[in-house]
Ligand binder design. Structure first.
Ligand code: ADP
Ligand code: MG
Length: 346
């Protein structure tokens, strides 16, 4: 949040647009040889590689996609980069460059935007991507961030949403619903704080899920793992909108059906205990909650041996003929139709 003490409260227009951009971008490193020109000219210049380019953009708006009431600006900067890198990795590609465009109202001092860029820089250094440009403009109200990520991959390595075949295994990385449950905790603490500004929340019990919400990671490691294991998924998508909605995307684009097994859906113990505390139904939340940025993919049965011992992966179902439909098989062995928000009960 914007600080109120005078020494850290430089009005945004003091540096001027050019000075501000210079101040924000001066410490960024360039990691990739094909970044010929980054920030500073009319446009960035990339040398062409013998690979295919993968390009993705996200637009994040204050009050719609984030709430600065509990999201520190540094975390917001980090997360804004992560959501884009996750899309690049979901293509089984390597992320190389980003551009960052912001619109800021003058309620933010320069120091607040520096915090945002500290988070962006941390993500760039952690994932080794080059900041190569962007745009800076004012807004009448609130903060707006748009990031574009550029990646590359060999043509034959790129994984699309449309390659899943009947009998392929459906696999997910990591565990689900953590980001959503972290948000529930933060929303509750925000309300407590509004009633009693002196309250000191103890979030240590919720450390994992709060981190899943405020400082998510993108699964660059999994793209490396595929290479090491000699596995190429037949289809892949990242989980930004929730498991069931992503399964529906894979099925629709690949023209297949799916059986998802309720008992296989991976949940962290802290997620389970928080679901119980909030009296929320596990599977409904696991299916419908977003922002986990895990990867959901399908592999041919013959590749099962290569992934089965790896703790990053959980086989949660298999693809079927399209005519069989898209179903959740419950613990009690009932077959429920999967819909975007979860499943259809009778
Ligand atoms: P122009 O007026 O030609 O659009 P700008 O003054 O907006 O140029 O930008 C100058 C340089 O700074 C360009 O390299 C641009 O990509 C970069 N840049 C502008 N805003 C940002 C930002 N918010 N983050 C990173 N780079 C930026
Ligand atoms: Mg510009």
């Amino acid at each position: 949040m914007p600080k109120n003490n005078n020494e850290s409260n430089t009005p945004l227009d003091k540096l001027g647009e050019f000075g501000l951009i210079k101040q924000l971008t001066k410490d960024f490193k360039i990691y990739h040889k094909n970044t010929v020109k980054g920030v500073g000219d009319d446009a960035a210049v990339l040398d062409k590689t013998n690979k295919q380019s993968v390009i993705t953009t996200d637009l994040l708006i204050e009050g719609v996609h984030f709430d600065l009431g509990y999201m520190p600006l540094k975390h917001l900067g980090y997360k804004s980069v992560i959501v884009n890198l996750s899309d690049v990795y979901a293509m089984n590609a390597a992320a190389k460059q980003i551009t960052v465009s912001i619109a800021v109202s003058n309620r933010f001092p320069t120091e607040a935007i520096e915090e945002l860029y500290a988070g962006i820089k941390l993500a760039c250094d952690t994932y080794q991507v080059d900041l190569i440009g962007g745009d800076t403009t004012s807004s009448t109200k609130g903060l707006l961030i748009s990031i574009t990520a550029i990646g590359e991959a060999n043509k034959e390595d790129i994984v699309y949403r449309n390659g899943a075949k009947s009998n392929d295994l459906l696999v997910v990385t990591g565990d689900l619903a953590g980001a959503y449950m972290g948000l529930q905790v933060l929303e509750r603490e925000k309300q407590v704080f509004q009633l009693d500004p002196n309250s000191q929340p103890d979030l240590s019990k919720y450390a994992y899920i709060v981190e899943r919400q405020l400082k998510p990671e993108a699964r660059k490691d999994v793209v490396g793992l595929f290479k090491d294991l000699g596995v190429k998924p037949t289809a892949m998508i990242d989980i930004s909108d929730g498991l069931s909605s992503e399964i529906l995307h894979l099925c629709e684009q690949s023209n297949v059906g799916c059986n998802l097994f309720e008992e296989k859906i991976p949940l962290d113990p802290q997620v389970i205990s928080t679901l119980e505390e909030f009296e929320l139904e596990h599977t409904t939340i696991a299916l419908s909650s977003g922002e986990d940025y895990e990867l959901l993919f399908t592999i041919a049965q013959k590749d099962y041996d290569k992934i089965q011992a790896n703790p990053n992966f959980t086989v949660i179902g298999h693809m079927t003929d399209k005519t069989e439909g898209i179903h959740l098989i419950t613990r009690s062995n009932q077959k429920m139709e999967l819909i975007a928000q979860g499943w259809r009960s009778f």
